[in-house]
Design a protein around this ligand. Structure first.
Ligand code: NAG
Ligand code: NAG
Ligand code: NAG
Length: 360
């Protein structure tokens, strides 16, 4: 308006021509100007590159030289404006892995019955040791693969992580910073790894480093005739009609911006859940556009699964809580929660003691 106003008594036709010229100039500028810088460090778009061929490092496939691209198509109309306080998952998730270890899943998982991914924090070295020395032994089966999934460690812990990984080679390290409020990002990093490096594994167990997993029982569960061919399914301890905590004092506080609904969709609790392999790609694909929710289990097995019509199936064998370590309880369950270092060895012995007779 200012330019035209300054032109004073200019005729209407001249004004129209000027406006058209200005619009053209703006359009040209918009087409050639570099994309505006991202608001956060390297937020990359989900889902990751497809995996039809054995994968290269995913970061490479995403780091295209944008200046060599074919002429960019006409700008698509801007999406309806959203409340700037709403954070979408794609705004915060950093894709890729700084330690991908593709070799942990030979043949992209074609020979596996079960992929077990254990989320862990960089500082939890002794918890990982306890898993390796007990139930983690099942990873020596050719049909089971196991690895730990960590977020990016702080600089002070990098030497220890390097040393641990060169000893065991079982640490998958993502690119989002490892922190409690980033648990959801760690789970997405896990799903991304499974999708990129192990897409043919029929089942993925997501679990944590303070869990005891009865792997033979889990294999029996996963391969039972009524489950072996199931698709689009998550099995675990399913919680129904759970309410978001709206008091800011709660460890599980969720703001109405993060989750506007009144009741969470049914979800499988985070300590251990089993996912059918086909569901992983669809979960990842839908994650980016969803509001970021830091309750990883509600987000992945509730919000995303409900949107994608992935069934959540409850099984009492996923205790997902601390249980009295009676040998029969250990032998009949799949997943026990809140297991400390020394308790892993106690549970492991009770699983394998070979003398307790339990009614199946
Ligand atoms: C991207 O491509 C352009 C044109 O080919 C080239 O001049 C530039 O150096 C490239 N940049 C990178 C980072 O490879
Ligand atoms: C991830 O963790 C870092 C460090 O605690 C924090 O700055 C960042 O906001 C977290 N990201 C999300 C999405 O919570
Ligand atoms: C599962 O699918 C496989 C391959 O299609 C088939 O051979 C097998 O009989 C199916 N098992 C059950 C229990 O339906």
């Amino acid at each position: 308006m200012g330019v035209l106003g300054a032109a004073g008594g200019m005729r209407r036709a001249h004004a129209a021509a000027l406006t058209a010229l200005a619009a053209l100039l703006l359009l040209l500028l918009a087409r050639h100007a570099p994309a505006p810088p991202p608001r956060r460090p390297r937020p990359l778009h989900l889902p990751p590159a497809p995996h039809v061929t054995p994968p290269a490092a995913p970061a490479a496939s995403l780091a295209h030289n944008t200046t060599t691209h074919a002429p960019t198509p006409a700008p698509t109309p801007a999406p309806p404006p959203r409340d700037p306080r709403i954070i979408l998952t794609r705004d915060v998730y950093v894709a890729g892995h700084e330690r991908p270890h593709p070799e942990l899943c030979p043949a992209l998982g074609a020979r596996l019955q079960l992929l077990v991914l254990v989320t862990s924090a960089p500082s939890h070295a002794s918890a990982r040791d306890a898993v390796r020395l007990t139930w983690g032994h099942y990873a020596s089966r050719s049909d089971v693969a196991l690895a730990f999934v960590l977020g990016a460690p702080p600089a002070a812990l990098r030497p220890a992580i390097d040393a641990e990984d060169s000893l065991y080679g079982d640490l998958i390290v993502g690119r989002s910073i490892d922190s409690y409020s980033n648990l959801t990002l760690k789970t997405l990093s896990m799903l991304e790894w499974a999708d990129t490096y192990c897409p043919r594994a029929p089942r993925l167990l997501k679990t944590d480093d303070d869990m005891f997993i009865n792997v033979p029982r889990l294999l029996k569960f996963a391969t039972a005739p009524n489950r072996v061919n199931a698709t689009k399914t998550i099995w675990g301890k399913v919680v129904k009609k759970s309410l978001p905590k709206r008091t800011t004092k709660s460890k599980y506080y969720v703001s109405p911006l993060q989750f506007p609904g009144k009741v969470f969709p049914d979800f499988a609790t985070g300590p251990a859940y089993l996912v059918s392999g086909d569901a992983i790609r669809t979960l990842l694909g839908a994650a980016g556009g969803e509001r970021y929710l830091r309750l990883e289990d509600v987000f992945v097995t509730g919000v995303l699964a409900a949107r994608l019509k992935i069934s959540r199936v409850h099984s009492a064998e996923f205790y997902n809580r601390k249980v009295a370590p009676h040998p029969c309880a250990v032998q009949r369950g799949i997943a026990i929660h809140m297991v400390r270092y020394h308790e892993q060895f106690d549970l492991w012995r009770k699983l394998l003691d070979g003398k307790t007779k339990c009614a199946s």
